[in-house]
Design a protein. Structure first.
Length: 67
């Protein structure tokens, strides 16, 4: 009887760990998707900034406003 109880406890622990791993997998997949979205946002902002900076003229060529 003792071996049977031990086996049942091991099976319960295994079932718990399998569920825990599945839950963690869901969390990692969600975080990965969020990271991809944020990465795309950073890329878009970087491109906008580069475009904006390339459109600006060199401030050394401009006369100061008081001239």
């Amino acid at each position: 009887m003792q071996d049977e109880d031990r086996l049942i406890r091991i099976e319960e622990k295994l079932a718990f760990l399998e569920k825990h791993i599945a839950d963690l997998d869901d969390v990692v997949r969600d975080l990965s998707a969020r990271l991809d979205v944020h990465g795309q946002g950073v890329t878009a902002v970087r491109k906008m900034l580069e475009d904006h900076l390339s459109e600006q003229s060199d401030p050394g060529d401009e006369k100061p406003p008081h001239w």
